[in-house]
Design a protein around this ligand. Structure first.
Ligand SMILES: [Zn+2]
Length: 474
């Protein structure tokens, strides 16, 4: 993610406390009502203090099949989610995250299941307990007017009703505003997404485009993301867009620019460089990890950021204000396809693993594109850095702060200076290859860097990531 500036407020603190209270209440009541002997409820959250209440335990999702219909005239969404998961414990009941919306019916393994709502939790009790290791399918029919999520310093996200349609987007969570989901990056899954909208509107999402078909004034657009995807990297963009469909390196390339933006301006010319920028990044980070490419520029000013939605980042309009191009933000979001999307966080406290590398990629791109060298950007940023703020475990209110982005990038360059270019880029390529499609932590990165380089690097990385004073220049 890159933000274009936002006024911090303290409102997220209130939201956090409320959400945490609900989770505690849910877990406590869940401890008493287990069904089958030895079977117990799955946890009501992923245990990540940066996103209290988000995610769930007791199962692992492998696939989401989403079929949604959205009518901008009424702002009403109707959906069916078919979720394939495997029980990771003997499971008497489990939760999905769902914000707003009304659930009409839930089945588990084709049998009607009991379901209740507790705030943003959908609590599902299957007719029979699910033994550990059992694969099962949950089908949820739901409908309603989806909500945005406003979260103070973390910005507004979720499902935004726009002038011509809607945009569902947001980090650290947004998916639960339009489908029931295990809403934490530790549980990645593949997706098939069908979106039905009135004829004439575009409906864009992640992955490879499938066939569209129209009937009775409605058109269904289909998208498939086969590689595991974290839920916050899913997106839905509906409205009037100039959509360009082609191929790049033999894979589908779909870019779209809001029709209200200039046809040949800064936004259009920047996303048109997607293929060129991906190829440059692949020459540094290893093969591009997904089977499609793209980018979407939206026109709604409430999207004050760009987000690395998988295979198809979404860019807010402010990056291209006054019709200026901004290939730097494109490089940032595309770098996330390796760092964040393919190799994902296990917990949000390690978000520098996403943002430090994406910010460093901006420096690499700038140097490649004839601008400042990475070394020069490093020197400027080193002089400007507040070393009292750590990159790792920055605190929830600073998860999109300078220490995560800029100090993270400084750390990456310090590593490069220490081990040399050959070993540095071998570390990056080994990381993206070995961890592709999975999750990882800062400790995993340190261990891999030490293994590939044959050197002890923890003291260096500790000093650059979390030390309380300016580290010695390598
Ligand atoms: Zn980012």
């Amino acid at each position: 993610m890159v933000r274009t500036g936002r006024t911090p407020t303290g409102s997220h603190l209130v939201a956090s406390v409320t959400a945490l209270t609900c989770v505690v209440a849910l877990v406590a009541s869940g401890c008493t009502g287990a069904g089958t002997d030895g079977f117990r409820p799955g946890a009501a959250d992923a245990g990540d203090p940066y996103v209290p209440g988000r995610g769930n335990g007791g199962y692992d999702v492998t696939h989401y099949g989403l079929d949604v219909r959205y009518d901008p005239a009424s702002d009403r969404l109707t959906g069916r989610a078919v979720i394939t998961a495997t029980a990771t414990q003997d499971l008497s009941r489990f939760n999905l995250d769902l914000h707003g919306l009304t659930v009409d019916a839930v089945t588990v393994a084709d049998a009607r299941a009991d379901h209740r709502r507790r705030d943003d939790e959908l609590v599902v009790t299957p007719r029979d307990g699910l033994p550990r290791g059992r694969q099962f399918t949950v089908t949820v029919d739901y409908a309603g007017v989806p909500d945005a999520v406003t979260d103070g310093e973390l910005g507004s996200g979720g499902f935004l009703h726009t002038a011509d349609g809607a945009v569902a987007l947001g980090q650290p969570d947004s998916a639960a505003t339009w489908f029931p989901v295990n809403d934490h990056p530790s549980d990645k899954a593949s997706y098939d997404i069908a979106v039905t909208v009135p004829d004439g509107l575009s409906a864009l999402s992640n992955g490879v485009p499938g066939p569209t078909n129209s009937a009775d004034g409605w058109t269904t657009w289909r998208w498939a993301e086969r590689a595991p995807m974290a839920s916050y990297l899913s997106t839905l963009v509906i409205g009037n867009y100039r959509v360009t469909t082609g191929t790049h390196a033999g894979r589908p390339m779909v870019t779209a620019v809001a029709a209200s933006l200039p046809a040949t301006g800064g936004a259009a010319s920047s996303v048109a460089r997607t293929g060129e920028i991906v190829d440059f990044l692949a020459s540094r980070f290893g093969p591009y990890p997904f089977d499609s490419y793209g980018g979407i520029v939206v026109a709604d000013d409430r999207i004050g950021y760009a987000l690395e939605t998988q295979s198809r980042p979404v860019y807010g309009p402010a990056f291209f204000s006054d019709d200026r191009p901004d290939p730097g933000v494109v490089a940032h979001e595309l770098a996330h396809q390796w760092f964040g999307d393919s190799v994902s966080l296990t917990r949000w406290g390690d978000i520098w693993l996403n943002e430090g590398f994406a910010s460093y990629a901006e420096w690499l791109w700038e140097e490649h594109d004839g601008g400042r060298t990475a070394q020069r950007n490093f020197e400027i940023q080193y002089a400007a850095t507040d070393w009292t703020q750590p990159s790792v475990e920055p605190g929830r209110e600073r998860m999109f702060g300078t220490a995560v982005y800029k100090r993270g990038a400084l750390t990456v360059h310090a590593l490069r200076r220490t081990v040399g270019d050959d070993v540095f880029f071998r570390i990056l390529r080994t990381w993206t290859a070995e961890r592709a499609g999975g999750n990882a932590t800062t400790s995993d990165f340190v261990a891999l860097a030490e293994r590939v380089s044959g050197r002890q690097l923890r003291p260096l990385l500790d000093a650059w990531l979390v030390g309380g004073s300016a580290p010695t220049l390598p």
